[in-house]
Design a protein around this ligand. Structure first.
Ligand code: DCP
Ligand code: CA
Ligand code: CA
Length: 380
């Protein structure tokens, strides 16, 4: 008898991912430098400067939150809510918070196999190797990290642990302040299904309403919904993302955010051509994709470039430097159009492949980011 064949399926190494988020960060920094504040409602404000009380709340400690004071509400409203309390209102001191953040990040980085800072007060740590894939060990590590941050920086944080970034982030958010939530792979479905869809990154007010009309309220409802129908409603990319997210699937690795120098996309045209209409149709799509990356990384660009691979396989490029940095998609598309218009008056050859590029980056002003946060476009 021939020996029995045994097939071993080599699955990809399971991951253990942690998200560490500091509690009421700006306000906690204020408590750190003045511990007497700990007993009082503390509200950190972005003053617009127009009048004494105009502006919005950046964040508040948990005592102030009990009175309904949250990020984004107008300062006058926060004052009204706290009028009978001995509350403290302070302006944002970003320089100090950046310093504190830097010291915490150093601690976090020292405990990670892979490290990714995603905001002033949060970071992902891939600890798969360090914990040999054990969620028990990851829990101990998380406790150690909390103790270290407390001992060295006098700060509390909330930690979520899961098999990927998506689950870790939601786990960290679910129990605050000073929380520690562990979601093992086999618990992912039960953990996610009762939660509201708005817990998922990318589900804002509009999407939530659209989902409601489909009878989807919870992540569990979303998971049960036919993926083809989701794609019909939201398009291929988003529909697939929503489906995968609802079942807790997220393959995006934890990765160091180095400084990028340029972002570009190139693609082959359906036919070799000099027809600007066909070319711009393609490059507009490429601009959309590049722009998405820019938004994710909060970058503005000063230079726009185009590239074309011609039918004789020669590669030609053109670029333009703008007067001011921008992250405007229309400016990007218009500049690309301008560059191609000029380029094709200079050549007889048809193009085979075309690409677009942005470079010469400037980090969007933090101030601008705060305003975006306030109107609820960006999720922290
Ligand atoms: N921030 C802001 N405006 C917002 C949201 C946040 O200026 N709309 C700033 C102040 C916060 C910091 O970013 O302290 C971190 O934001 P988080 O969303 O993590 O909120 P907190 O750390 O303040 O509170 P939590 O305990 O809920 O994490
Ligand atoms: Ca936080
Ligand atoms: Ca945060």
């Amino acid at each position: 008898m021939p020996p029995k064949r045994v097939t071993i399926l080599l699955s990809k190494q399971a991951r253990v991912v942690m998200l560490v988020d500091l509690d009421y960060f700006f306000a906690q920094c204020e408590e750190k430098r003045n511990p007497l504040l700990k007993e009082k409602p503390v509200v950190v404000c972005v003053y617009s400067g127009r009048s004494e009380e105009s502006g919005a709340v950046s964040t508040a400690n948990y005592i102030a939150r009990k009175y309904g004071v949250t990020s984004g509400i107008p300062i006058f409203l926060a004052k009204k809510k706290l009028k009978n309390e001995d509350a403290v209102f302070l302006p944002v001191d970003r320089k100090f918070y950046e310093e504190v953040s830097g010291m915490v990040m150093k601690i976090l980085r020292s405990h990670a196999d892979l490290f990714e800072k995603v905001g002033i007060d949060e970071a992902y740590l891939d600890v798969s190797q360090k914990t040999k894939g054990s969620f028990e060990e990851a829990k101990e590590l998380a406790q150690k990290i909390k103790e270290e941050i407390q001992a060295q920086q006098k700060l509390t944080c909330s930690i979520g642990i899961g098999p990927n970034k998506l689950v870790a982030k939601i786990a960290a958010d679910i129990q605050k302040p000073d929380g520690l939530t562990i979601v093992k792979p086999e618990q992912v479905e039960d953990f996610l299904s009762p939660l509201q869809v708005t817990r998922l990154i990318g589900v804002g007010r509009k999407t939530k309403m659209k989902m409601q009309t489909l009878g989807i309220e919870t992540i569990g409802d979303l998971a049960k919904y036919d993926v083809q129908r989701l794609i019909e409603v939201f398009g291929k990319k988003l529909g697939t993302y929503f489906h995968n997210a609802s079942i807790g699937v997220d393959e995006i690795p934890v990765q160091e955010r180095g400084e990028v120098e340029s972002i570009s996309r190139i693609s082959t045209l359906k036919e070799d051509t000099q027809d600007l209409k066909i070319i711009l149709e393609k490059t507009n799509q490429l601009c959309d994709e590049v722009h998405e990356k820019l938004v994710q990384r909060e970058l503005s660009f000063k230079s726009v470039g185009v590239v074309a691979v011609m039918i004789d396989m020669s590669v030609r490029s053109r670029s333009k430097t703008l007067e001011n940095p921008t992250n405007d998609l229309e400016v990007f598309k218009k500049t690309v159009q301008e560059l191609f218009e000029r380029f094709f008056t200079e050549t007889e050859l048809e193009a085979r492949r075309v690409g677009v590029k942005v470079s010469n980056f400037v980090k969007q002003k933090e101030k601008q980011k705060e305003i975006i946060d306030f109107i609820g476009f960006a999720k922290n």
